[in-house]
Design a protein around this ligand. Structure first.
Ligand code: BGO
Length: 269
């Protein structure tokens, strides 16, 4: 049985999509140790796939129970593919989670939902370009209007068969060199596909990852030196360096792939 996880911001249309994908084949419980709802169900059109709904989240930081459940599942249970439901009417904010999902190293498909709403917003998204920029498949869908859902199913099934890992979107060169140095410190300690996730989390001084990896004092000291140097270079704290790097990249991607038609309306008044 292959596992496909559904992730996305609250209100991105995750429940609507989950219900369509699984029909009545659903079971509902709680994630272990927390009162966060856990829903899963067999894919209606192909029962060899289990769809695991993850709680609606904005980030994979370790602050809320929903975020902790989601990141633990993504990193420890390693689903065969992840479908990231992105609200096309709120693309900048939603892509913040997309970049973090990519960092976990799992095969990913972006389901750009609510494309029926884009016309009203007078916006157009160039799906091919967005997919090229992110380096992952992007399928434009409307979960509510049942548009392109079979295409999404095909794309997510194809991702479960992916053999190669992604090249991650690259941040600022100075940040990338700090992440490379941290990766070198943990090579052999974590698997290759998760090097980027752990390097970023260590750079953010993520307490949970620090505890989990239980690095030697010497390695922790080396990593802290790398972080402090980066903080001096950027004149900023490490966690906000990462936040800004993600938003800078998103803003470039959106500029290159989203056309706001209201920009071309000439006022006659
Ligand atoms: C209400 N297009 C449009 N236009 N709307 C969509 C789409 C889409 O493709 N997909 C989902 N929605 P959830 P989470 C609602 O409930 O699946 C709508 O949190 C309302 N409810 O119908 O619940 C969907 O699981 C009253 O809208 O998302 C839902 O991720 C007035 O997006 C909302 C208007 O979907 C969230 C909408 C009482």
């Amino acid at each position: 049985m292959k596992m496909i996880a559904l992730a996305g911001n609250p209100n991105s249309g995750k429940t609507t999509l989950f219900n369509w994908l699984t029909g009545s084949n659903q079971s509902v419980g709680n994630w272990p140790g927390v009162t966060v709802e856990k829903k899963q169900g067999l894919l209606r059109s192909n029962k060899q796939f289990m769809i695991q709904d993850l709680p609606g989240i904005y980030s994979l930081s370790p602050y809320t129970a929903e975020e902790v459940v989601s990141r633990k599942y993504l990193v420890e249970q390693t689903p065969d593919a992840v479908v990231d439901i992105v609200d096309a009417t709120n693309i900048e904010r939603n892509l913040y989670l997309t970049l973090q999902l990519m960092e976990t190293g799992r095969p990913l498909v972006v389901a750009l939902n609510m494309i029926d709403m884009l016309k009203k917003q007078q916006r157009k998204v160039n799906l091919k370009k967005l997919s090229y920029l992110l380096g992952v498949p992007v399928v434009g869908i409307s979960a509510l209007k049942r548009k392109n859902l079979p295409q999404l199913e095909q794309a997510m099934i194809a991702e479960t068969q992916r053999k190669t890992t992604y090249s991650f979107p690259k941040y600022d060169d100075r940040l990338e060199s700090a992440l490379t140095m941290i990766s070198q410190q943990i090579t052999g300690i974590v698997s290759t596909e998760r090097l980027r996730w752990y390097a970023i989390k260590l750079f953010e001084r993520d307490e949970q990852v620090n505890q989990e990896l239980n690095l030697t004092a010497e390695k922790s000291k080396e990593i802290e030196k790398i972080i402090i140097t980066a903080e001096k270079v950027f004149q900023d704290t490490s966690d906000s360096i990462i936040v800004n790097a993600r938003y800078d990249l998103i803003s470039q991607f959106v500029k290159m792939s989203v056309v706001d038609e209201t920009d071309f309306v000439v006022s006659m008044s």
